[in-house]
Each structure stands twice: as structure tokens, then as C-alpha cells.
Design a protein around this ligand. Sequence first.
Ligand code: 26W
Length: 839
Amino acid sequence: MSNKLSDSWQVSCRGFDAESLKKSILNNLEYRLGKGMKRATEYDKYLSVAYSVIERMLEKWILTQDKHGEVKPKRVYYLSMEFLMGRTLGNGLINLGLYDQCQQALQEMGLDLEELREIEVDAALGNGGLGRLAACFLDSLATLGLPAFGYGIRYDYGLFHQKIIDGRQVEIPDRWLTLTNPWEIARPEYQYPVRFGGYIEHQIERNGTRKSVWHDSEEVYAIAYDTPTPGYDTNSVNTLRLWSAKSSEDFNLQDFNSGDYFAAVNKKVTSENITKVLYPDDSSKSGRELRLRQEYFLVSATMQDIVFRFKREHGTQWKLFSSKAAIQLNDTHPALAIPELMRILVDDEDLKWERAWNICTDTFGYTNHTLLPEALETWSVDIMESLLPRHMEIIYLINHNFMKEVMRYYPGQIDRMRRMSIINEEGLKSVRMAHLAVAGSHKVNGVAALHSQLMTDTIFSDFAAMSPGKFTNMTNGVTPRRWLRKANLGLSSLITDAIGNEWVKDLTKLRDLENVVNDAQFRQQWREVKHNCKLPLIDLIQHDTGIILSPFTMFDVQVKRMHEYKRQLLFALFIIAEYLRLKEDPNAIVTPRTCIIAGKAAPAYHMAKLIILLINRIADTINNDIDTRDFLRLAFVPNYRVSAAEKIIPAANLSEQISTAGKEASGTGNMKFALNGAITMGTLDGANVEILGEVGKDNIFIFGHTAPELMTMRREGYDPQTYIEESEILQRVLHLIDCDFFSPGEPGLFRPILDSIRHHDEYFVMADFMKYLKAQDDAGTAYRDVEKWTTMSILNVARSGVFSSDRTINEYATEIWDVKPVLISSENECNKNCPWSCG
Ligand code: 26W
């Protein structure tokens, strides 16, 4: 497989050949780490390779930033509280076209690239879908040559590590920065004061204009840490700028001298706590003040930095602002950016309110990622007023003007105004962050066609009625670099041998696989690749859980955050039904299945944690049952994260995407599985609907009630008992749990789960059970038809092209951001005979 990339972009006085790499690695070990190979730790060796890669990134980064400084293009600013980047070394080597050369260099030094890649810790600065989407978007923005910055928080502690002890989740802090992070560069020259608290004084200037002055606020500094985000097969390298909190005052000497040591450091410590840890909830608002401080910390540092860069390039030509900056809000978490920009433009830059507001609405775009009521952020007016007094004033004024507009459209419709108001007057007065984001943006998008439709039919129906043109859909995507080219080297080379390597930059090229779908040799190699992907995963699972699995089984996989709407419970109940079937009829025609589940539960989400325990207890029971264990095994893989996903997804045959219809906004794991040749077992929810549209009904297993059907059932009253009474197998499955078969000696351990599905069953597990059982039976039968399954697998990959995040970003770029690529040519200042060309 020639992954020789176009050499037009080999702009470097750091060679891209194995020899140069070897030199760099040894140089870095010696001159940067002060170690010889003999005493070097494994981490030292990893670091020296990492530094050799980033050196070759930095040159392009400088080229790119200098070019942007020269061209002063319109930039995209992607604001997110989460960036789930995972590991960087492998991705850096792939995007810079250095992978094979590095492997060779290390081999010649007696080292193994695969082993060194395993040493890197994941940058787990995110919870799940939203954070990983942001990471995929950065890869596509750079690969498409679009000038962009990602702005986030440099948490000292990322998402907790999950240990499973006696079947239960235990959270361990993620001390990811204990060892050196070679991929970031501290930028203390970019630091901004962020203020909290205090009070506002309104002054009337001599010229009669009103001036708001923010007094007596406490201050903390935001320090920038930059991570280069290299594109694939291009010179363009964008920036991920993460802010870290630093106390404005070092050491309060008075307190110290007065012997109050604690007070002396307390202020410093508390203020720096802001960026201490990522909130581990991925679908229910914490409502904690520290979370609000984190959100404002991000947006204030970011907006000051964006305005600083604008003024550096365009002075105070504010009319240019929205044509030079497109700011995307990754959900409502950074929505305070709207009142913050208003504060800067009105209070600091003396713009008139209207002018400032028009700049805001022309600049901001808002993406909604969930319809779950508990995930829609609201902050009490009290907490907002005490922490951000000026912003609360500005939000009131924004709402005042917005209500006037609603009144103009719908005179006298008080109810509608109350529904649309940014301020919820009912009960404890609170700020509806989603309403603020919609009012302050020129475009609002959902993340899959069904979700965007449901969004305008439900939570934003009033807004969509008033400003239909504001609402649109941007179906999610995933980067094919990490999720196929890097995660599945075997399948990548098979594909490239068959259709060339253009697919890595243009995923629609995968369609060409349809020309070889009937080629017997190709099909045999296809099956071998999938089989071989299972082997390292089997080793990992045996290492982490002690469970031994067989590659000669169907790998049936569900990996995502634990949540009742994602219905890991439905998968578990199916496994019990399958177990009962095997117990009762040992000669039953079954497809030997390996069920793999993985996912973290938010620490305070007790039902999700109980479901993890149930899954582990089911596994203990069935994996040790000699009657069944050769036909059915279950493993819960601990500590699911990006680097684990890269091992699990390529090994999967069946991809479980079984959420309650209408609840999963899009899903992106579903796309990664299809891209790696797994067949989707799914409901008509989120992007599953579009995967069906692309792969065709013969190449997917769809089951379950649709979103409209469930809406009707909810409205007309849904009684799960009716479904239980209709299904003998369901009764027996529930009975097995009820009689503590999976919790011997802990009677009633899983009662809460049974009560929740027998009485309320909010997520319609009972209503969809029998339909699911049937679909699973069909999948088992299809898997036994090896040729049929091979065709389905190849066609899923061939028809996954649209689920590239490159397609998604191109849609954002044309429909929302109006930004154009900037070509970073290879005319570099560095000429070969520069004294430093130390190869
Ligand atoms: C305030 C707590 C909180 C934190 C994160 C609430 C909600 C979130 C996220 C919006 C949850 C999330 O990750 N949503 C997922 O976003 C993905 C990317 O668009 C979608 O593919 C998933 O369907 C959606 O659940």
C-alpha cells in the first residue's frame, strides 16, 4: 500500500525520512530529556518520538499562522467546554505522512511504534459525543484548510478513570498532566483577567451617554496553552487554545505575616480551582456555581482573545467583525459568550447597543445536541446576578428587546411571550440558556435530520414559527483519519490496495468498493481483516477483565456513555433471553455471540451504575455456565475512552444503536462502526435514520417504535404491563432478575431496575423488547450466511462516505460560517542549507 502522500507539502528542514526521524528521536532524548537510550524510561522514548513529530508540525503551524496573519481571513472560532482528543502521536504520524518512516526508524533502533503509542495517556477533556465531535471537527477544519481556533478549558483532571470492582463502577481521578504533555505549548503572553462578583455602577457621561462600570470584582487570570491541530496531507495546522486558571494574586503577604497561612493561600487555590476538573455529567445539568464559573471563564478569556486578534488586524472597524469571525457555540455551555461580547463592545468599546447586537447575531451560531429536558441548561437569576451582575443586566435588556420583537410578531400573545422569554418567571426565576443562544444567533442547527425536525417541532417550535430561516440541520460526521485510516490499518490498506488512497481525504470515494464487492479474493481478505481486528481486542479484554473470548463468534457491541435512553438495559435483557433459549434448548440453532458493553456512568447517576452492576453479574453467571458459554459470552470492558474505542470498533460485527426513538440526537459511534464494516442494529433514531438511507434496508437491522408512535403512546398513556403480559419470554427474563438469579445473597439488588421498567418504563424498553428480539434473531441468522454478511459489511463501508466530518464541516462552512480555505503553500523560508538543518 503506497501511502506516499503528495510531496508538495514536504516543507521542512526536518527531514521526513526514517533516517532524519531517527536523528531527531536521539537528539530529543539527549538534548531535550538529557537521557541516553540505556537509562531512558518507556515514557522518555515516547516523549522523544513525540517531540520529533511535533517539531515537524511546528514548522507548518508557523507557516499557517503567518499566512493567516498576512491574509487576515475570516476565521471559525469553535467554543466548547469539551474537546475529547484522545491520543495524538498516531494521529500526528498519519496526518503528517510519517507513520511508515517512523515505524522503520524505531525498528532500526530496536523499538516498536505500536508499544510506544500505548504509553500515551488520552486527553480526556470531554464526556462523550459532544466532546468527541469537537475533536473530529478540528481535524476536518485543518484538513480542509479552513482557518480556525478551537477554544476550551485545560482541565487539570479530565474525565475520571473507571475501575470495575466487584461489578461496580469506581471513579479514579484522571491525573493526565502528571507526566509531560509534549503536544501543548504554554503561551503566557496570551493571558486575560476574568472577573466575578462585584457590582455595577451606572454613570451618565458628560455627553449624556450611559456608562456601566463593573466594580469590586474578584479576578483570576486565564493563561493560554496551545496545541497544534494538523490537517491530513496539507500544510495547514490550526490551533486548539485551552485556558488554565492562574490566581491574580500570588501570596497574600498581609495574611501570611499576620500568621493566617491558610487565608494567605486560600484565595490563590480557590481561584485556580476553576479549571481543576471536568464535570462528568453528559446529560443532566449540574447547576453548580463552579460549573457556571468554568463556563464564564472560558467565554471571557476567549472573547477577549478574539477581540484582541480582530483589533490587531482590523483596528476598530467593527462593521467588519462578523465578516472576520464566525463563532460557533457547541451547545449552550458557552452561550454566555453572547452577553460577554455585548459587554466588551458596549462597555469597553463604546458601541451603541443596537450596533453591538447586530454584530452578535451576525457572528454567533448555536448547535443543539440534545432534547433531554434535564440537559437543557438554566441558571437561577440569583446565582447569575451574584456571580455576573453586568451580564444579568445585559441578559435582561436582550430579553426586553426580544420580547418587544415577539410582541410585534404576535401582538397580545402573552402565553407565547412567556414561553419564549429568556427569563423563566415561573417558580425560581431562571435564565434559559437555550433561549438566549437562539435569540443571539443567526443560525441554530440540530445534529441529525430527525433531531433537527424534532427540535423545531418541540423545544424551539415557537422560535421556528417566528424565524423559520434561522433553523437548519447539520448531520454529524466523524474524521476518517482517526476512525478508519489510523484505528484500522488492516482495513485501510485493503481498501487502498483496491481503490487507491484518495478516500482518506474524500470519503465518498469509498463508493468505488462497490466495484469489487463480488471479488472473491477481496471478500476473503475482508473477512480476514475483521477476524484479525478481534485478536488484539480479545487480549485487551482478557487483560482487563480475565474473560476469555473467541474470535469465531459474532462480536455484538454497544459502547457509549451509560444512560437509560441509550438502553443498555434492553441489550442486557436480550442477552438473558438468549441465555434462557440456550439453557432450554441446547440444540437450538444459534449464532455464537460475544456481547461487549462499555461506558462510563456519571458518578451521581445511580440507575446507570446499577445497570453496570447488573451487566457484570449477568456476565459472571453466563460466562461460567458450561451449558452456554461456548455460544454466548458477555464482557463489560472498563474505562471506555477514545483509545479503547479505536480498538473495539474495528473488531465489531454488529453495532448496537438501540436508543428510544427521539432521544439520541445523532450518535457518532454508529457512523464509526459502519465505517469499519459493522452492521447496525438500530432504532429509527438520530443518524441511524440517515445510515439506513445510505446503506439501504438490506444492509441494516431496524426495529422498534418510531418517535411519532412513541409520542402518541406517551400522550395516550403507555402501560408497560400490557407488553409484559403479551410476552412469555419477557416475563421469564424479568423473573430471573426478580428471583435474584444474578444476585445470589443480595436479594432485591436489582429491584429498582425492575420497578422502573414495570411501572413507568420512561424509555419504552418493554414496548420494543419483542421487536428487538426478532431483529436480533434476524441478525444471528444473517451472520451465519457468511457471504451475505460479507456483502452487507462491504456495502456499509462503501456507503458511509457522507458520514465524514469533512462533509459536515463543508456544510457549516458554506451554510453558517461563510468561510473559505486558505492555501498554505510550501514556499518556506527554511532553505536546505540553514545551519540548523539537523535533519
Ligand atoms: C450540562 C450537562 C451536559 C453536558 C453535555 C448536558 C449535555 C451534554 C451534551 C450535549 C451531551 C452530548 O454529548 N450529546 C451528544 O452529542 C453528540 C454530538 O452531537 C450526539 O451525537 C449525541 O446523540 C448526543 O447525545
